[in-house]
Design a protein around this ligand. Structure first.
Ligand code: UD1
Length: 419
């Protein structure tokens, strides 16, 4: 297992090019199952998760070709409508093949998912949405067996709470259903809009994405298309917090300002300067310690849970006491004990972390526990005195493209140790 070594104390200067969004790319790749024509995705990140999903799509009959920045997927015919445990357990997003398989094939068998250990993360809303669209669903031996032999039928689906994955799954299934589908209390994340744009380029009729109500008029078939993956707002936020914490000034090229307004609000309150520019977003560290700032995670457009760990790393060295409340996942403070090994003062009380900023952290060997947690340890390492070694970086490789190269390009002292 590789590890990453960071020697802290170097401000970041220069430019980082923001990659396509992992969370969007994974759902866009799945859309290949809805058409027998080619789907080309540009600004496509090359990540452990996208490679892993390519393997599952191959198994289902897709050919996947990739070059430096794009991927072309082609599912001329399905080779299988079964997604086995070994190909689903590592990554929750692979569960989203169920709806498209059902829409194209009338029947599918998909293992229940795994993914980051950040809470129970059930899939009940996904299954209720598919049932509302007319699927008959049975659970047996850890598998979901779904049938819709006469095809899916448009329906009104009211989500009891906001789920990104369930909203996307319902969209991926309903585009080929007979009649209209209305999704109420839909997630509003930019990735939802991105999926709608791609499906519409393929001939679907999806409107309202980005709002809480999405209308999908079913069509008989979808065609091939070319689509650029939206820039990764979580990667953007991660580098923005790295700069604000380690010091310096960096242009986040291609970052979309309006996709991170909740973070900009909290970072400005803490004393960092942020500017929307023609080519992206510029982050300028305050030159002094950040001011402790409270934060609560919420569904978009609120503060993203995927930026909570990174924000906590920043608050560990801020001046004063901040209260960080996690409202989306019930077990998402696994980075806190690791940050404490580096000298952070964090008091965990249920879904609240009370962080008392310290003047400096010290380098230490630490362990990555999930994808976003691991990058918070990198941020802490960038500002800590001495050397930090982060183990189990395969978590990090799932979602951050060329992380060491991007940071080293801005002056960080960081390297990967291959085992
Ligand atoms: C997606 C993102 C993830 C992000 C999360 C919240 C991808 C690949 N992952 O995950 O990075 O942290 O959105 O922004 O896009 N829930 C249920 N039943 C369900 C579905 C969800 O109870 O059927 C719960 C979850 O346990 C969680 C909450 O709803 O507490 C929100 O989860 P959801 O928005 O579905 O997250 P994901 O789509 O899994």
């Amino acid at each position: 297992m590789d590890s990453i070594k960071v020697r802290g104390g170097h401000p970041l200067k220069g430019e980082v090019i923001i990659s396509g969004a992992k969370n969007s790319a994974l759902k866009l790749m799945v859309a290949t199952l809805l058409t027998d024509e080619k789907l080309t995705l540009t600004r496509m990140p090359d990540l452990a998760d996208t490679r892993f999903l390519s393997g599952l799509l191959n198994h289902l009959g897709a050919t996947v070709e990739r070059d430096a920045a794009s991927m072309t997927l082609h599912t001329a015919r399905l080779a299988s409508a079964e997604a086995p445990y070994d190909l689903v357990r590592k990554m929750r997003a692979s569960f989203n093949v169920l709806g498209p398989l059902l829409a194209r094939n009338g029947q599918a068998r998909v293992s229940l998912p795994g993914g980051c250990a950040i809470g129970a993360r059930p899939v009940d809303l996904h299954l209720k949405a598919l049932e509302a669209l007319g699927a008959k669903i049975e659970l047996s031996d850890g598998y979901v067996e779904a049938k819709a032999e006469k095809g899916l039928i448009g329906a009104q689906i009211d989500f009891p709470f906001v789920s990104v994955g369930a909203t996307e799954h319902a969209m991926l299934a309903a585009v080929l259903a007979k009649g209209d589908t209305v999704l109420e209390n839909a997630a509003r994340e930019p990735e939802i809009q991105d999926l709608a744009d791609c499906l519409n380029a393929m001939g679907a009729k999806v409107s309202g994405a980005g709002s809480s109500t999405i209308l999908i008029e079913g069509v008989d078939r979808l065609r091939g298309a070319e689509h650029a993956v939206v820039p990764d707002r979580i990667e953007t936020g991660t580098y923005a917090l790295a700069v604000a914490t380690a010091g310096g000034e960096v242009l986040l090229r291609d970052a979309v300002w309006k996709h991170n307004t909740a973070l900009w609000d909290r970072m400005s309150a803490a004393g960092a300067a942020l500017k929307a520019e023609k080519d992206g977003v510029r982050v300028i560290a305050s030159g002094d310690r950040l001011a402790a700032t409270d934060m609560e995670t919420r569904p978009y457009p609120g503060f993203p849970t995927d930026e909570q760990a990174q924000f906590m790393a920043a608050m560990c060295v801020a001046d004063g006491r901040s209260v960080i409340r996690e409202t989306i996942f019930e077990n998402r403070f696994m980075h806190a004990p690791e940050l404490m090994r580096m000298g952070a003062k964090i008091d965990l009380r249920g879904n609240e972390a009370i962080v008392t900023g310290v003047e400096s952290l010290r380098g230490a060997p630490v362990m990555a526990t999930d994808l976003r947690a691991s990058v918070s340890l990198v941020i802490a390492g960038l500002v800590a005195a001495g050397e930090t070694t982060i183990g189990r970086v395969y978590h990090l490789d799932r979602g951050f493209e060329h992380l060491e190269a991007k940071l080293a390009g801005c002056g960080a002292d960081i390297e990967r140790i291959k085992e």
